[in-house]
Design a protein around this ligand. Structure first.
Ligand code: GYE
Length: 310
C-alpha cells in the first residue's frame, strides 16, 4: 500500500498510517479492555492496525515485531511482556527506519533512541498508593489483632515492569510502619487462575494472613475464590488491595470483598494514535506520557460502577 515507504522516505501520497501492534496477551480484564480500546481508537483515527496476541510469551512478541518490520509498517507499538531482552529487535526496527512507541509497559534498554516515547501508567506510584492505603488503615488491617500486619503479595508476571515497579512502590511506603511486613510473595502471572492457585498455597502454609496485596484485580478475584473456599470472608477476615479497577474488580469492591483498588487505566488507544500521527509527521513528542489515575474505596466504587465501561 505504500504506507511503509511513506514512513521510510518521510512522506508520500498515501497518508493512511499502518501500525503494527504487538500485544502481551489476553491475561486479564485490563488487557481485554486495552485491546478493545486500541482497536476502536485505530478505526476511529483511520489507522490500519495489524494486531497480534503474544500469549504472554516474549518470543512471540519478537516474532510479531520482526514480521511488522518485514511488512514495512509505518509505526510499531507494543506492550513489552517483560522489561529485558528487546535491544536486538528494536535495533532492527531502527535500521528499517520504523519508529517504535512503547505502550503500557517499559523496556529497560539503556539506548533510549530505540523508541520514540513511552505511553502508560506510573507503576511505582500505583504501588505507593496501595501501600499508603494500608499504612493509613493499619489498625483495621490487623484483622487478628496480634499487633502484626501480615501481608501476602500476588505479583504480576515475573520481570514485567508493572510487577517490578508496583512491588517497589508498595514496599517503600509500608516501610513507614514497623508492624506491616510481607511474609510471602509469589507470581500469579496477572491471571485469575494464577491468583487463586498461589493464594491457596499461601493459605495452606500460614493461618494468620491479614492482607493480600494483588498486583491486579484478576489475581485478587482469584484470591477471593481461594479465601472463600477456605471458609473465610474476603474483605473482612482477609483485607484485599488490588490495582486496575476493571468492572469485575469494582463490583467485588462495591460488595466489600475487596477493600481498596488503585486505578490503572487501559484506555491508551486514543493517545497512542495521536502520538503515532505526530511521530510520523515529524513533530516532537514527549519521551514519557503518563496516564492519569485515581483510587477507589467500596463507597466510591458503588457510585461509579453503573457507568464503568470496562
Ligand atoms: O495491571 C494487568 C495486566 O501492564 C498495566 O497488565 C498492565 C497490567 C495490568 O495484565 O492487569
Amino acid at each position: 500500500d505504500g504506507g511503509g515507504d511513506a514512513a521510510a522516505d518521510g512522506g508520500g501520497s498515501d497518508d493512511t498510517i499502518t501500525m503494527g501492534f504487538a500485544q502481551v496477551g489476553a491475561e486479564s480484564g485490563w488487557r481485554t479492555a486495552n485491546t478493545k480500546n486500541i482497536q476502536e481508537a485505530a478505526a476511529e483515527a483511520g489507522v490500519d492496525l495489524k494486531f497480534s496476541d503474544a500469549q504472554q510469551k516474549q518470543e512471540n512478541q519478537i516474532k510479531a515485531i520482526r514480521s511488522y518490520i518485514q511488512q514495512k509498517v509505518d509505526v510499531i507499538a507494543f506492550s513489552p511482556v517483560v522489561e529485558t531482552g528487546w535491544d536486538a529487535v528494536l535495533q532492527e526496527a531502527k535500521r528499517a527506519n520504523i519508529p517504535v512507541i512503547l505502550t503500557d509497559r517499559a523496556v529497560d534498554s539503556e539506548d533510549t533512541s530505540l523508541y520514540k516515547t513511552f505511553l502508560g501508567s506510573d507503576f511505582v506510584e500505583e504501588g505507593k498508593k496501595a501501600g499508603q492505603w494500608l499504612v493509613d488503615n493499619a489498625a483495621d488491617a490487623d484483622v487478628d489483632g496480634d499487633g502484626d500486619i501480615n501481608v501476602v503479595e500476588l505479583q504480576g508476571t515475573t520481570g514485567a515492569a508493572p510487577a517490578i515497579d508496583r512491588k517497589e512502590g508498595f514496599e517503600e511506603v509500608i516501610a513507614a510502619n514497623g508492624e506491616i511486613s510481607i511474609s510471602q510473595s509469589q507470581t500469579g502471572d496477572f491471571t485469575r487462575d494464577g491468583g487463586k492457585q498461589v493464594m491457596e498455597a499461601f493459605l495452606q502454609s500460614e493461618d494468620d494472613i491479614d492482607v493480600v496485596f494483588a498486583h491486579n484485580d484478576d489475581m485478587g478475584l482469584g484470591a477471593i475464590e481461594a479465601i472463600e473456599a477456605a471458609g473465610l470472608v474476603p474483605g473482612e477476615d482477609v483485607k484485599i488491595i488490588t490495582i486496575d479497577a476493571v468492572k469485575d474488580g469494582m463490583t467485588a469492591l462495591s460488595e466489600g470483598k475487596i477493600n481498596f483498588i488503585v486505578e490503572c487505566s487501559p484506555l491508551l488507544g486514543p493517545q497512542l494514535m495521536d502520538l503515532a500521527e505526530k511521530v510520523l509527521a515529524g513533530e516532537e513528542v514527549p519521551t514519557r506520557v503518563v496516564t492519569e489515575e485515581t483510587t477507589f474505596t467500596p463507597e466510591q466504587a458503588a457510585e461509579v460502577l453503573a457507568e464503568r465501561q470496562y
